[in-house]
Ligand binder design. Sequence first.
Ligand SMILES: [Zn+2]
Length: 457
Amino acid sequence: MHLLEKLEAMNRVQTGEDLHRFAARLYPICRSITGEGIRKTLGMIQEQIPLQLVEVASGTPVFDWVVPKEWNIRDAYIKVPGGDRVVDFQRSNLHVLNYSSPIRATMPLSALRPHLFSLPEKPEWIPYRTSYYKENWGFCLSHNQMQALEDREYEVCIDSSLEEGHLTYGECILPGRSAEEVLISCHACHPSLANDNLSGLAVATFLARLLSGDDLQYTYRFLFIPGTIGAIAWLARNQETADAIRHGLVLTCLGDPGGFHYKKSRRGDAEIDRAAAHVLAHHAEAAEILDFSPYGYDERQYCSPGFNLPVGCLMRSVWGTFPEYHTSADNLEFIRPAALAESLRICTAILDVLETNQTYRSLNPYCEPQLGKRNLYPAGGGEAIQREISARLWVMNLCDGEHSLLDIAQRSGLPFSMIRDAAELLHASGLLEAVPGPRGGESDHHEEFREDVHPGR
Ligand SMILES: [Zn+2]
């Protein structure tokens, strides 16, 4: 059974709820780029899929960077001496500037103010701020909370530690028939933020679960890593392994109700770029293809010129463009079970293309073969049958040893699965032979015209 069929045989509503429930379990953990929060998160992913945890010591040089000290936090608050907490980490882990150095002091509001962050334009939301590479301390609070602070002395406590330790990441490898790899990468370093972080983690975990135990063409490598420094550390330790990556996807922001966005790899015409564009072109909702840019998520590292890996990024709403981004409003209500389930389906459809994209050669190239005598040309029939016949004719015409099935799907405007099923049928009927060699994507020959993603159907 093909991957997409396997997914579609599952109850979609149930899958969406399971994805959301998994994100909800991870939500309360105070994650960062190092420390117990990310370890605990990886431990919970490990309950679902075979995940290996890798520890990289603080101080380890990784290309131009150095693995930072490990950060852990137990508690933090601002309180009126002898009174109640006015800002409390126990209520939201976003209240602390992530990576804050420890502090215990009493100070007037004027001294505290430079360490407070709020969002005047969204007075009820708590912003998410970090200070990984410059030692600092601070609190994030809603603007309403900020304005309610009286001009007086406050007790300030951040019970954190910033010490020599480790950076932790998780790696799940699912072996396929080929040593060539597909990389799926997502960041696991944000605290209680649902779309930016947990949606990618949940979809990637479920995708790995769907793939595991399957007879796979490619070897799959899933990385659950702290953003930027995690990808850099992985690449520094795996330069040779990276050579085996043929296709890759960074998964993030996959739970909000917005339309899909696929950001192309630096190469721009890699097979993953064409597969993602094709799947989204045949998707019922609006979708947009974005050109590569050197900012965003970890595709920046995978697509740095020394590696230039064919890795794109799949999102629904693009980071920084939705108001909830990096605020307390990116919560469990912002991500929806149905959106998560559909994101999993799109990822599966893209992998389904990569897994079965193949080049064939017609064994009957002189004029059309007579499909009727092989029971491959049913008379009459409705629109569905007509489309199937059309797929067979396209396949017989373009299977010349040069065009991959994805090329044919793009040129015919028919969905890849229909072209693939037609090719498998014609192959079984002895009309095609598989062409050995690079699968689908490596030929210099790409169709001239591009499939445009429609603005919603
Ligand atoms: Zn983020």
